[in-house]
Ligand binder design. Structure first.
Ligand code: PLP
Length: 449
């Protein structure tokens, strides 16, 4: 029974990002099946997966073609490594496809098992690059508050989640600037003005630290786990101007924003960014098997290639079964024009209905790009004039009510976020929006009780 699973789970399973006290008190949710945008728990309750697993299930759950491709690979060669000059056909084919489909100049990939490993790889590659360039003093990496780059040591240090720094410590030579979070920090400024101001925080940090000491700036084009912070349109053009001509590597973390999430293959395409390094994961295999990587520009790869051996790698770098899953996933995405559909059809369809939720008395802002969006919950309209304490109490309440209503949304502080599978249908969008609206109504009623 569900209760049996919950008891054993609470006794033996330390979950990631889970409040253990509440898990013990309430028990875990036991998921057993998925198909398209739908999930079922052990008791047969059906949920609309508004978070695409964990921002990764671009093609939806339960696609037989992926299982078949992985099965074929498992029967042929279940595992071999890519250390010491060894490769396999799946790794070669995937590397070649990634070089072709990612933004110009990113022609090399270092494979990892996850996004966190990709970002720890970034940290080491950046330092290795500057050492090889004869500039070992260039060590400081600038990240942003509320940025999320993963849970490994360097990834969590470059990320800007205060709680993670407190638990487990920080690395030296990492500096954080404020994010382009208009709803939270914009004050009386227009979005356009604020976007420029937020970019200037980067210029100020570089000036303060000294360009000669700055190795890289790392940022998610849209901050995902930090609350789907979609920067004002003026932000990235201004950041590009600030970085132009400077000896600072630019790292665009596309672990969430890649593989069609914003309506382009990569958010860097949407914003016209030309990263030197680009971590990827999640949507690369739609989560069917773990795989990630760092896309590396010719500029960096040429220097690293001259440097001899890079003492870095993972047993499961380019795992054959994961490569097979990724190749089958990309084939489906191309054949079904998944990304084009997000841009031209289903993206605009959901965005219009999502933004209409902004009229709800509990919502201060409803924003969305492609198929990733957020609702800022507020105690009183209009807009941002009053805020909850941002302790996450209201967000958690709303999330739990949403689960009860059969819609999986995630809470970030006192806001809700959504990133459904990219293959969601028009009818399923209507159901998602209706469930979100009901959840807001139920949450408001609960708060007024
Ligand atoms: N980078 C970003 C932008 C992410 O959102 C995440 C995970 O959510 C990661 C990196 C870490 O990826 P993983 O959980 O696969 O280690």
């Amino acid at each position: 029974s569900t209760a049996d699973y919950q008891r054993a789970d609470a006794a033996h399973h330390l979950h990631p990002f889970t409040d253990y006290k509440s898990l013990k008190a309430e028990g875990s949710r036991v998921m057993v099946r998925g198909e398209g945008v739908w999930l079922w728990d052990f008791d047969g309750k059906k949920y609309l997966d508004g978070m695409a697993g964990l921002w990764c299930s671009q093609i939806g759950h339960g696609r037989r073609e992926i299982a078949d491709a992985v099965h074929r690979q498992m029967c042929e060669l279940e595992f071999y490594n890519t250390f010491f000059k060894t490769t396999h056909p799946g790794a070669v084919e995937l590397a070649e496809q990634l070089a072709m489909m990612t933004p110009e100049g990113l022609n090399h990939v270092f494979f990892t098992g996850s996004g966190s490993e990709a970002n720890d790889t970034v940290y080491r590659l950046v330092r290795h690059y500057w050492a090889l360039m004869g500039r070992p003093e260039k060590k400081v990496i600038i990240g942003r508050r509320l940025g999320y780059h993963g849970s490994t040591v360097a990834a969590s240090a470059m990320g800007g989640m205060g709680g993670m720094h407190t638990q487990g410590g920080m690395l030296p030579d990492v500096h954080h600037i404020e994010p382009p979070y208009w709803f939270d920090l914009g004050g009386d400024m227009s979005k356009e003005e604020f976007g420029k101001k937020a970019a200037i925080w980067l210029a100020e940090a570089i000036a303060e630290i000294g360009e000669e000491n700055v190795a890289a700036f790392i940022a998610e084009p849209i901050q995902g786990a930090g609350g789907v912070i979609i920067p004002p349109d003026t932000y990235w053009p201004e950041v590009k101007k600030i970085l132009a001509g400077k000896d600072i590597l630019f790292v665009a973390d596309e672990v969430i924003s890649g593989f069609g999430r914003t309506g382009e293959w990569f958010a860097s395409d949407h914003y016209g960014l030309k990263p030197d390094l680009m971590p990827i994961a999640k949507g690369l295999s739609s989560g069917y098997l773990p795989i990630g990587g760092v896309m590396v520009s010719d500029k960096v790869a040429d220097v690293v290639a001259e440097g001899g051996e890079f003492f870095h790698g993972f047993t499961y770098s380019a795992h054959p079964a994961s490569c097979a899953a990724a190749l089958a996933n990309l084939k489906i995405m191309r054949e079904e024009r998944v990304v084009e559909r997000v841009k031209e059809d289903i993206g605009p369809y959901l965005q219009e209905r999502w933004r209409a939720l902004g009229e709800h008395p509990l919502v201060g802002e409803a924003r969305m790009l492609g198929l990733v969006g957020a609702l800022e919950l507020v105690p009183a309209k209009p807009g941002r004039s009053e805020r909850f304490a941002n302790t996450g109490e209201v967000g958690t309440l709303c999330r739990d009510i949403s689960f009860g209503n059969g819609l999986i949304m995630r809470a970030v502080r006192d806001g809700m976020i959504i990133a459904p599978p990219l293959v969601i249908s028009h009818d399923e969008v209507d159901q998602l929006v209706a469930l979100a609206r009901k959840t807001l109504d139920d949450t408001l009623a609960e708060l007024r009780r």
